[in-house]
Design a protein around this ligand. Structure first.
Ligand code: GLV
Ligand code: MN
Ligand code: MN
Length: 404
């Protein structure tokens, strides 16, 4: 099956007819369909297929028990109304790159694995990279068991409902010990490659980033009869905090976003009793990130006091800076620069399973040009020619690492 055919098969799964965006949330029906697609691709190629204790899917060419395996892949889940490429491009390209290597009659000296990490986006349970974090021991079983979606369904309940036994979730050091290198191909989530006119780039680093929950509690009351002076309206302190986040991010050269909000009781004619907003903040270095988050928390506290609001802030997740391993990155640059033109090396503000794994195994990333830079949106796009160049680049890299 060609890249084009694989892409066409995956395209309708979990797509909203209204928005044209994807709603492939972990352990839902759309996710199950994506996972069935992955399994069918593995089986059609005669690869050994397995699901690990944390629900990540693996397809093996060669025996992983030999160790020093080269692994590639990404994720198939999406953010709410996400694009088609963020995640799936890395998985489809992985299968296509293996096909290309077999067509080249490459002689493998190391096992090759293709992986679909579960719940990378964290759209349902609020924490990103759950599958890789569990595997790498960066999320404890206890904390994973306590994760709940907006309907109160826990992660283990959701896993069980989708046919995965959650009993054994947790660190998987034996599995990681078998991996000698992990290379994730991903659509670029910015326009750096478009601006330099390159189809392919290599990752240098991932910015430190995290998610913080801000609970502003006030007093529900009648929107028509409560005098302005008598209100304790948490929406006011929340709104001022959103503006403060923007200001502080600008000052620090960082980014800060309130992209998700929950309001109680959520009635048009009621002053809210609670506004819960989630801050996503990222910066090139830890000091800048700390500066932004501390300043936003301080501003939120001051605005809460001004409007008679109780404020609670909780950090829900955090990923420190990732500097990808020099040796593997240089090897990718050497292989891809063979034709004579050096390949750009880029940092990114987006999180990835590769970032989580980088603490345990040598890890690298390839980026494919995104002509608009748009991502986490139905408008996300990459040209098929560029995607095919990505497949060839990935095949070249895998050949260099895993073949004679
Ligand atoms: C994942 O895509 C993230 O950076 O939030
Ligand atoms: Mn994403
Ligand atoms: Mn992604």
């Amino acid at each position: 099956m060609t890249f084009h055919e694989m892409w066409a098969e995956l395209l309708p799964i979990g797509r909203s007819p209204e928005s044209g965006g994807y709603r492939r949330y972990a352990w839902t029906g759309a996710d199950t369909d994506c996972r069935a697609w992955f399994r069918a691709q593995a089986e059609a190629r005669g690869l050994a297929y397995e699901v690990d204790r944390n629900g990540n899917q693996w397809a093996w060419y060669g025996d992983p028990a030999r160790g020093d395996a080269v692994v590639t892949g990404s994720h198939l889940d999406s953010v709410p109304d996400g694009g088609a490429y963020d995640g799936p491009l890395g998985v489809v390209s992985a299968f296509a790159a293996l096909d290309e290597l077999r067509a080249r009659q490459a002689e493998f000296t190391r096992p090759l694995g293709i992986v679909n990490f579960g719940d990378e986006e964290g759209a349902r349970f609020g924490l990103a990279c759950v599958g890789s974090r569990l595997t790498a021991g960066q999320l404890t079983r206890e904390k994973a068991y306590a994760l709940r979606d907006a309907d109160g369904i826990t992660l283990p309940q959701a896993m069980e409902a989708a046919g995965h036994d959650p009993e054994a979730i947790g660190p998987d050091p034996e599995r990681l010990a078998r991996i000698g290198a992990f290379v994730e191909l991903h659509v670029e989530q910015g326009r750096a490659l478009d601006l330099t006119g390159d189809r392919i780039g290599i990752a240098s680093a991932i910015w430190p980033h995290g998610r913080w929950r801000f609970d502003f509690r006030g007093e529900a009351n009648h929107a028509g009869t409560t005098r302005l002076a008598d209100r304790r309206d948490p929406m006011l302190s929340y709104a001022e905090t959103v503006l403060a986040a923007r200001r502080e991010a600008e000052l620090a050269g960082a980014v800060a976003t309130f992209g998700k909000i929950a309001v109680e009781p959520n009635g048009v004619n009621a002053i809210p009793s609670l506004v819960r907003g989630w801050l996503d903040a990222r910066a090139a270095d830890q000091a800048a990130l700390d500066t932004v988050v501390t300043a936003v928390e301080k501003a939120a506290g001051a605005y809460a006091d001004r409007y008679g609001i109780e404020l609670a802030v909780a950090r829900e997740s955090f990923t420190p800076v990732v500097d990808f391993e020099d040796a593997l990155r240089d090897e990718l640059a050497r292989v891809l620069g063979r034709a004579g033109s050096p390949v750009p090396v880029l940092g990114t503000g987006a999180g990835h399973d590769a970032g989580i794994l980088s603490g345990s195994v040598p890890t690298a990333m390839l980026f494919v040009r995104n002509p608009t830079g748009v991502s986490h949106s139905p408008a996300e796009f990459a040209a098929e020619d560029d995607c095919l160049a990505g497949v060839t680049a990935l095949a070249d890299v895998l050949e260099g690492l895993a073949c004679r």
